[in-house]
Design a protein. Structure first.
Length: 578
């Protein structure tokens, strides 16, 4: 039997990868000739070749998300959700062979509302994919056709084609960072955040259909359509997150390479010509040196598009050289971005010279303005603030350290990936450039607590949770280990008044203990995977204890506070009788 197998899950992560592995193994045990197309970030996507498509006798689709199947028209096809394949893969394939039917691709359903969407968050991990899944499932439940492109940490997945966009009635952009919208020129477009799309997908879709405005990309003719200046609508917070998003890979790579240099000894890098010195030159002198210029450059890019990058990076480099740190980089980014934008809009030029504007006029004058303001106005005071803050953080007593840990921990757990969480995270990441590593450790410890705590609660109080919640608890625990606090969102959405306080108390404890134990973290992401890199985390054992204590507190608290479905039903019946 020559069979083609496709696996896909809404998040594009573990389920798809695991299903591909077990189905391949089961097919080989059955003696089948198997080819697998796995739609997962954990494996490189290898589409079926024309030869494989022509030779295939059976197509098996194990997917919890919509896929384009037109290429299989005329083939025997069997399609189900992904969970059946994971439970009993060999039985599943035998069932597929017995029940498959010839599939014919037909035209798109006439009269159906067609939506396309793009999701993107600063880290490109959890919110990106969870909001895509929420939009996907909700739109289908409402009877709409939808295709969602996720712009995650490994690039665009399920990318929208020109045909998808042309056929769409509305475009939904659920993004916390700036994304390229030029391809949507002339389409009705609605912008929102990933958090809103995740927590309230149905109101998001309804509002998009009601309030979307025709989008005109900057520099395109208006043609009488409603003008929607997207850059103007995006607020400072979104511009900041765009800068942080582009800076993160630099911080992660630099921090881990610095940690590797410490394997040879904490001061081994001081000896020139050694591997430790080379690693420190790559991580510290290069990657970390670029952090602030990249932050500033992409804040400016978010505000003014490509003409803002040069003045932003120049301003960021000045912030570094003046000792103004990440606060100076933020200031430089906004100065460069808004000055470049003002020049683009307000300075008229003859049409013959208009092409010089983005490559000569804007970079020149915006760079001059940003640089002079940074040197003569902003740089000195901000440098003083940064020096004072760094000295305070590095020399503060245990009481102040604990208070800071409590504050950062509570912020990380308050909205689990929302604005407050991201503000605390950006604070920790920004301080890495000043070689202040303790707050980042507290931030990651607290950020792991909500998802871990929900997993622990579903284990401690199994009878209070239904089957789907127990399954969600297992996934949540794994996500927590990976520092993806959004794993707790399904629980928080259903029972916020009990989940959020439980998480905040556990996160505060983890953050406080991390600061008390003097733990330091050189990389801003990775969860337990960072623990295996020597010297990436100091006081590692105590750090693990801090995380475990916070997660246990959250898990125990919520297992006590949680009310089962039966208890909720009984309360509702009593209220109805009253």
């Amino acid at each position: 039997m020559k069979a083609l197998i496709i696996t896909a899950c809404p998040t594009g992560m573990a389920s798809s990868y695991m299903a591909a592995r077990v189905l391949r193994q089961a097919g080989e045990e059955l003696g089948w000739d198997i080819a697998v197309e796995c739609h997962s970030q954990l494996e490189l996507l290898t589409p079926f070749t024309e030869h494989q498509l022509a030779q295939a006798e059976l197509v098996v689709v194990a997917a919890a998300t919509e896929l384009e199947l037109a290429r299989f028209s005329g083939k025997r096809l069997y399609q189900t959700g992904i969970q059946d394949a994971l439970n009993a893969p060999k039985d599943y394939l035998q069932q597929a062979a017995a029940r498959a039917e010839v599939w014919q691709a037909g035209p798109a359903s006439a009269g159906k509302t067609r939506l396309v969407a793009v999701t993107a968050c600063p880290t490109g991990v959890a919110h990106t994919f969870m909001s895509a899944e929420a939009l996907n499932e909700t739109a289908k439940a409402m009877g709409f056709e939808i295709k969602v492109e996720t712009q995650g940490s490994v690039g665009a997945q399920n990318a929208l084609t020109a045909e998808d966009i042309a056929a769409a009635d509305c475009v939904i952009v659920a993004a916390d960072i700036e994304v390229d919208l030029s391809r949507f020129n002339g389409k009705r477009l609605y912008r929102t955040s990933t958090g809103q799309a995740l927590k309230k997908p149905k109101p998001t879709i309804t509002t998009a259909l009601d309030e979307a405005r025709v989008y005109q990309h900057q520099g395109q003719p208006q043609g009488g359509a409603d003008k929607s200046d997207d850059k103007k609508k995006a607020g400072p917070y979104q511009h900041l997150l765009t800068g942080v998003s582009f800076m993160l890979p630099m911080v992660v790579a630099g921090g881990l390479i610095i940690a590797l240099s410490f394997v040879f000894g904490i001061e081994a890098f001081k000896q020139e010509g050694t591997l430790a010195a080379a690693l420190m030159q790559i991580g510290g002198a290069s990657a970390f040196a670029l952090m602030i210029p990249v932050l500033a450059g992409y804040i400016a890019y978010s505000i003014a598009d490509r003409p803002g990058i040069a003045p932003g990076m120049i301003g960021g480099m000045l912030a570094s050289s003046l000792g103004a740190g990440f606060l100076g980089g933020i200031a430089a980014g906004f100065l460069a971005g808004y000055s470049a934008r003002w020049l683009a809009i307000k300075v008229p030029m003859p049409k013959a010279l208009e092409a010089l504007k983005p490559i000569l006029v804007i970079p020149l004058f915006a760079s001059l303005f940003t640089g002079l303001v940074m040197i003569y106005v902003v740089g000195g005071p901000v440098s003083g603030i940064m020096n004072a803050m760094t000295a305070f953080l590095n020399n503060m007593g245990s009481a102040n350290a604990v208070l800071l840990g409590i504050l950062l921990g509570a912020m990380m757990c308050f909205d689990m990936g929302g604005p407050v969480n991201k503000a605390a995270y950006a604070f920790g990441v920004g301080l890495l450039a000043s070689e202040t590593y303790a707050p980042m450790a507290a931030v990651m410890a607290a950020g792991m607590v909500p998802a871990l705590g929900m997993g622990i609660a579903t284990f401690l109080a199994r009878r209070k949770f239904n089957d789907s919640e127990r399954e969600a608890g297992k996934a949540s625990f794994v996500l927590g280990l990976c520092f993806i606090s959004e794993g707790a969102i399904p629980f928080a959405a259903r029972d916020p008044l009990r989940v959020i306080p439980s998480c905040m108390l556990g996160g505060s404890l983890a953050g406080a203990l991390s600061m008390l134990f003097g733990a330091k973290l050189l990389a801003p992401h990775g969860g337990i995977f960072v623990f295996f890199i020597p010297n990436a985390v100091t006081a590692l054992l105590w750090y693990v204890i801090a995380i475990a204590a916070g997660a246990l507190l959250t898990g125990v608290l919520y297992s006590v506070l949680k009310r089962s479905d039966a208890e909720l039903l009984g309360t509702a019946q009593v209220a109805a009788k009253a």
